[in-house]
Design a protein. Structure first.
Length: 411
């Protein structure tokens, strides 16, 4: 509703407006269908949520108990970089995966989201460009808008399993405004795990063109064929690499909102610290949880990883058995992208919630259009998060298979 301010006759009447930044801020493609899901539930329809990366695996009891049993008289601010005890624990965790840093090279953040924003705000100016392989995590768009940065997509293709585009495709996108490349490894939304050779190719190009490499490694532990190759394993580019991390998916602690900003570039650390100081400190209880997570047994991830791999195999097998459907086998994370014989993924995903049910149930998916920066791409693709138990995943796949037979926009 328009609001006018005319109390002072010496000033012209003017309408209150929101900022161009506010207008440009994209809505979440992952959450935009929530109202339709809520309406479906009100009608009594059970919704299988494969639209969002919210694992059903329990948060480790030791992590929750560390918070429950915390004993202090005052809930104080922590250091703006986070509790030193937690940062020291993280040094040990990173060393276990071949990343060697000091506590002073880590800033604890409010989720991985704040780590991404700190990176953009510390390294980039308004109007600068970042190159990101698409499809990409949709919220990169939001962080870019907040920082005044322009996202330049370079397209990967489902027929190639969403492998890294040829390095020449990156070179073609580089301009005088290009300041960084963003990589998510393993990838959200595709589940693709970038190889050592692909990461080394990126290492060469960032060194050659003097670019930053922002590395989102939220799904590091969930790499199914071999070990994840971190951007911080690259040689001779220490000042170029900024690691953005989180406990959300690693320990099934999404609501903890605790992450980490890690780099060996002291100038970048100094700049990021000023942003950290401006927001005072990261959440205290979540730091306690994160510190306890570092003490979990070394084999903790074996069971979790095996469970996700079992779910992946089920979903990929069921999808590729459906007529007209193709789903490449993702090498990591807990997402799969599939092409469907449909006219429009946004319409299809809304139709699933508004007009379809099988035995009182339906399925909620994320339209792939929101993960592409290039207009028109992803209209026949969806992302599925295999975060439910295998029994529910079988039922969800039954729903999808039947829905594709009934959907009026099938092609």
């Amino acid at each position: 509703m328009a609001v006018f301010s005319c109390d002072n006759p010496t000033y012209l009447c003017r309408m209150l407006t929101i900022s161009q930044r506010g207008l440009a801020m994209p809505a979440s493609p992952i959450r935009k269908l929530v109202p339709f899901a809520e309406q479906a539930k009100k009608k009594g329809t059970h919704v299988f949520h494969l639209n969002i990366g919210q694992p059903d695996i329990e948060t480790p009891a030791a992590v929750l108990n560390a918070v429950r049993n915390s004993d202090f008289k005052v809930l104080e601010y922590s250091h703006s970089a986070g509790n030193e005890s937690y940062r020291k624990k993280l040094v040990g965790y990173y060393a276990s995966v071949g990343i060697h840093v000091t506590p002073q090279q880590i800033i604890i953040t409010t989720g991985g989201s704040e780590a991404i924003l700190f990176g953009f705000m510390s390294c980039l100016d308004p109007g600068d460009e970042v190159i990101i392989p698409e499809p990409f995590y949709a919220n990169y768009n939001g962080f870019a808008v907040a920082a005044g940065v322009n996202v330049v997509p370079v397209t990967s293709f489902i027929k190639d399993g969403f492998a890294l585009p040829p390095i020449e495709a990156f070179r073609e996108k580089i301009t005088s405004k290009t300041k960084a490349i963003v990589i998510c490894n393993p990838n959200n939304p595709t589940g693709y795990a970038y190889t050592k050779a692909e990461m080394e190719a990126l290492g060469k190009i960032i060194k050659e063109h003097n670019l930053y490499l922002f590395a989102d490694e939220a799904y590091r532990e969930f790499t199914y064929d071999g070990n994840q190759f971190s951007a911080m394993h690259l040689q001779d580019v220490d000042d170029h690499v900024i690691l953005m991390d989180t406990i959300s998916k690693r320990y099934s602690a999404c609501g903890g909102r605790i992450g980490a900003f890690v780099t060996k570039n002291q100038q970048v650390l100094d700049a990021a610290m000023k942003f950290a100081q401006a927001r005072l400190s990261p959440p205290s209880f979540a730091q306690i949880a994160g510190e306890a997570a570092c003490d979990l047994p070394a084999n903790y991830f074996e069971t979790t990883k095996a469970e996700y791999q079992k779910r992946r195999d089920l979903v990929v097998r069921r999808l590729n058995a459906m007529e007209g459907v193709f789903c490449p086998n993702p090498g990591g994370a807990f997402y799969a992208m599939a092409s469907l014989p449909i006219d429009d993924s946004d319409k299809f995903c809304q139709w699933l919630l508004e007009s379809f049910s099988l035995n009182g149930s339906t399925i909620m998916l994320a339209p792939a259009t929101g993960f592409y920066g290039t207009a028109g791409l992803g209209k026949q693709e969806v992302r599925l998060a295999y975060v439910l138990n295998t029994g529910d995943l079988e039922k969800a796949m039954d729903c999808l298979e039947q829905a594709l037979k009934e959907y009026p926009g099938k092609v």
